[in-house]
Design a protein around this ligand. Sequence first.
Ligand code: LIP
Length: 256
Amino acid sequence: MIPDVHDVILLAEEAGRMISSGYSKVDDKDSKDNHVTDMDVTIQKFLRKELCELLPGSSFIGEELDQQDVSGEYHWIVDPIDGTTNFIRHIPASVTSIALAHNDEIIMGVVFNPHTNEMFYAVKGEGSFKNGKKINVSLKPIENAIYATSWGAYDKSQSHCAFRVSEKMYNICEDIRRLGAAAYELCKMAEGSIDVYFEPILYPWDHAAGGFILTEAGGFIDGIDGKPSLTGRAPYIAANCPESLEIIRKIVKEEY
Ligand code: LIP
């Protein structure tokens, strides 16, 4: 049976307490700009054990430790700390992101920011919630939109395109934000604080839970060539309404 979302929330809260206790070691990953702390690894090990116990037979994909098992009907997709650079630099935007997929479809998402005590969650067909209150995307048209993005810090080969997209969007929208944690940015879209979004490179653990919470809150997601998959890295586009989605998708396509 599918676990109760409140049991997953309890695990996210425990992960949050671990984030709040800090870290003692930082290593570089595939580039000098991409880091992992001992706490990313500790939280992932904890969540893998607890989540797989919560749903016997489920498999697990996590950002760290090359854990990428999608065998079986159900699998968890986890980023123990999304926004690791923020975490290292004491910028209060690092979250734990947990999604549950049934085959190729997300059916549950939980994202917790322990610095601000924001608990976002959604279960398929039931809408999205923040700290127990239902949330929805904004109704803002693109000319009043806040656009959030990144320029692909871990692989700067795509950065020039993303900067050109930013310039075009800056001229159309109200302003730009870069929070540095994709899962958190997608949840801030779900509650209407951000309206349009593009990242040149995202992995499933960055977007699975946040993107699901966004769509359950009425938002829209896409990629350049079809919907972002739950395996592999790809560009990621999101908006509060179909009209803005079409505009950002067109601009991204022009620049890639
Ligand atoms: C990061 C994101 C960030 C994005 C990076 C990366 P990490 O996750 O949340 O917003 O721009 O590409 O995926 O590495 O901190 O877990």
